[in-house]
Design a protein around this ligand. Sequence first.
Ligand code: CAA
Length: 381
Amino acid sequence: MQFALTEDQLLVQKTARDFAREEVRPRAAEIDREHRHPAELVARMAELGFLGIAVPEAHGGAGLDHVSYVLAMEEISAACASTGVIMSVNNSLVCDPLYRFGTEEQRRTWLRPLAAGEKLGCFALSEPEAGSDSAAQRTTATRGGDTWVLSGVKNWITNGPVADVSVLFAMSDRALGNKGIAAFIVPMDAPGVRCGPPDDKLGIRGSKSCQIFLDDVRLPASHLLGEVGGGFKVAMSTLDGGRIGIAAQALGIARAAFEASLAYAQTRKTFGKPIAQHQAIQWKLADMATELDAARLLTLRAAWLKDQKVPYGKEAAMAKLYASDVANKVAREAIQVFGGNGYVTEYPVERHFRDAKITEIYEGTSEIQRPVIANALARGL
Ligand code: CAA
């Protein structure tokens, strides 16, 4: 067993850490307060190769592994969880399926600019009536000759308002249930595509999400991603990888809350000594650090398995389930360590508390991760 990171992975981690500390963290409170899409940070992530980390260089990406992706995601999310999820969606939910299911022409046309960060992507699976139950798609895809016509509504689409292109799912044959779903590459400026107003959210307020309305959107057949009827498997296998990204985002949020708590506890005094010397606070810090480490190990293992090209869906779900739980617990305890100072916006922990919650919801709620894990166990995985 080998726990040491490679030279390349250490370099990615240091690059991401320096970028996060010098450029992302100083802006995070303002991005949250102003609900601002951090376009300048997205441009810098493109320069650093962080928008297509695991995409081969031949297709415009950085050609690194998924362990590197997790390391970079943790650093960036520790500074700003909104910036983290913008990166995660582009890498995991857009570049990854385009690479795995795209034709050479689709890779050239769509993957290359997305992986290079020249364009930004979104993933449109959820609908008003299809959140956890993704197979209940109501958006329709009707084929007429060489053209597909898409109509329907997508919900809570992260990056939607700022994306150039969407990997989007629709029902081409309702009678076939999940085997009647197809995946499409939809340019966001195609006639008939319209974004609703940005969602007004509890946390990750710099990450823009919205409804997407599709009104008789006509696409050439070359925009079908994968096979007709294969869309559900495109979505599910993509979410397996996405869950590693969200686990890493949760890890980053938890680490930021923990580090802030540790530093505060060493300087804040009550009853004549730093609160870090009171057992009540020591226990909190010890539990936070232990659970954070466990979450990191689960997340790195899932990424490592993906790099080994062996099944990793169960481990990705475990990592997301546990890391999101840890993020919420650590952020809640961080507020307790800070006391009254934790409840006001002068300190960052209230932001971490608000940002942590979404990690238990998107890319499959915690209530969905458990059956994903249990079903894998039942299949002997
Ligand atoms: N990879 C490949 N195929 C898979 C798969 C996977 N991970 N999981 C399931 N499948 C296949 C199954 O093998 C099965 O195929 P066969 O019929 O050929 O055997 C088929 O898909 C149906 O599987 P299930 O019966 O398990 O499907 P289900 O309808 O019961 O749903 C579910 C399963 C796990 C609940 C699924 O609906 C799910 O994951 N729901 C959560 C959705 C989700 O995560 N949404 C996130 C939206 S995106 C987002 O959040 C992005 C963002 O904002 C950042």
